[in-house]
Design a protein around this ligand. Sequence first.
Ligand code: 48F
Length: 263
Amino acid sequence: MRIEETHVSRLITRRYFEKFDDCLELDVAIVGGGPSGLTAAWKLAERGVKVALLERKLSIGGGMWGGGMCWNVLVVQEDSRHVLAEAGVSLTDEGEGYFTADAVEATTSLAAKACQAGTRIFNCLSVEDVRVRDVEGETRVDGLVINSSPVEMAGLHVDPLVIGCRYVMEATGHALEVLHTLVRKNGVRLDTPSGGIEGEKSMWAERAEATTPENTREIFPGVWVCGMAANASHGAYRMGPVFGGMLLSGEKAADAIATALGK
Ligand code: 48F
């Protein structure tokens, strides 16, 4: 086979921009490709929701790759292992309700499930702001302001682009980047006890795992919080390298949003 380099370039640019163009109007835009975002993406796409996932880094997976302290084993509990099992991940029963999985197998399997179900993933792309609109007297988020990660990293003065969506999913983990930007720039009140970001408490894994799915909800019109972002926004504890709550949070958010969208 003869290989023409410019044709290879044409194939890449054509397919990429076809995909990008089709994602300018989405049902759901997920910010962050950690375990909660990937699970939500997979489950939303499976329900026929038009969903894209935007990840700043070259690699998706967030905090999954390194297990705990770079020792790449994940721990999940009895009530969440079905998510990894459904993704085809091998689990070892450690007794007393604990299961372990290889972090690399779990990350790549969740990512494959999300892609194969129809999620469009844009890695190397950073969300720097949200789009807001007044809808019937209520301020609502209905889009994201995005830029190329290398532009962000180099500090170049280049204007961003915008994608529209019915719902944004804030799945940026401890950083809560979407919510911090929303609150700082617009002075809006979130649906939290103080109306602001409550912050994250120290380690209490059992409590944190219980509250992660509970705190997974629409925290502002058009914005769902998912994964560690759910706890960090609600003043809840952290859980460290126990990943069950992340998976259940993604599953819950996907089910609620797909139902709200009539899917
Ligand atoms: O932190 P992360 O893995 O989020 P998660 O799904 O899972 C948390 C766990 O990994 C772990 C834990 C115990 O289970 O607490 O920490 O809540 O992944 C968040 C992803 O969001 C990306 C970031 O690079 C990471 O991969 N991200 C953060 N800010 C942005 C972003 C942004 N502004 N634009 C795009 N991606």
